[in-house]
Ligand binder design. Sequence first.
Ligand SMILES: *Cc1c(COP(=O)(O)O)cnc(C)c1O
Length: 429
Amino acid sequence: MTAQPLVEPADAPAPEAGPLTDVRHPAVRTVPVSGDEITVGGVALSRLAERVGSTPFFAYDRQRITDRVREVRTAVGGTVRLGYAVKANPMPAVVQHLAGLVDALDVASVREMHGALDTGKGPRNVSFAGPGKTPAEIRSAVAAGVLVELESETEARRVVAAGDDLGVVPRVAVRVNPDFAVRGSGMRMSGGPQQFGVDAEQVPDLLRYLTPTGVDMAGFHIFAGSQNLDAELLAHAQRATAELVVSLADHLPGPVRYVNLGGGLGIPYFPKDRPVDLGRVGENLATVVAELIAPALPEADVHIELGRYLVGEAGYYVTRVVDRKISRGRTYLVVDGGMHHQLAASGNLGQVIRRNYPVLVGNHMATTDREQATVVGCLCTPLDLLADDVPLPPAEPGDLVVVLQAGAYGLTASPTAFLSHPAPAEVLV
Ligand SMILES: *Cc1c(COP(=O)(O)O)cnc(C)c1O
């Protein structure tokens, strides 16, 4: 690991006030800047906007993705396999770039599966999870030879039927809904009743059904939750997950070869968020593998799968100020983008209490002047709020307002058809 601490104690002194909107925001501090401008892949933002030719657009920084993968690899060590969850950002160029950096691609729809296979990643390194796989989708997955992560008994029956029909041996893993939940996850996906996975107590019965069918049962997949910033809670989840897998292993007819512990590493969206302590996550994971998994399941490949953590911070949603107006004392910057492209920043994607994503004026980074401004999108609804009453350099029509942390669950997680504005461009720089 690098000598620099990856996590900052909450009482650490704020860095010296500088030109940035909120230098204490960990996301703001990592943004590359040259002179007055954010740079993406070394290109100044206004120049990039000219190159793209229209605003709004999403820009993804290739080098930041590469660096992030390297950091994760360094932290988790060589024995843990790293997967990329394509749904976080399925832009083909991004998936292609990541295909060359990670061990596996995790998909959650047939279209994502095709995108993953298009990169040249072989089907042995593609896994297909997600509830509600139809018979046709399962048939495609079995024909492709990818690992099907079973979310229910119905899916198991469909996989067996597809294998029989096609004359191929399907590869499966059972996605398990554990009997515990993970605290600290922004999005909980395990524990109690869930649409995800097979309840742990039902797994033995499912394996009894599958054993005589001859499908290739590789192992288990457990994904407990998303957007967790707490290394200790993540460690706790990984340990509990490993214990559960070991306890289920006896029900598998052969050795467990595949253990997917999920991921769930979050990124800092809000000023008080602190980056996850990746070094701790890696150490804890190594301990879990060495103490629990390796002795009991010597043939198992241990996987983690990350989406947001690999791409989220490498992405920028770039909009242009169209109008500046003052309404009864409040300054509004009206931009040409909005919640139809970046729903999460508007607070309408899973936030209970709306908080501001980090927003900057990307072509006034050296300006020290500040005014309080509210950034709204161009949709005719009060929901289209990108930043509520934040300190920003004074901005005029033509300036570039940038939403950070936009590389994951941005464009494809947003209601692009709402209000019928054009789709934004996406570039990997
Ligand atoms: C969405 C998803 C992920 C990725 O979650 P992130 O929070 O983006 O890392 C990983 N695994 C499964 C099964 C998923 O559905």
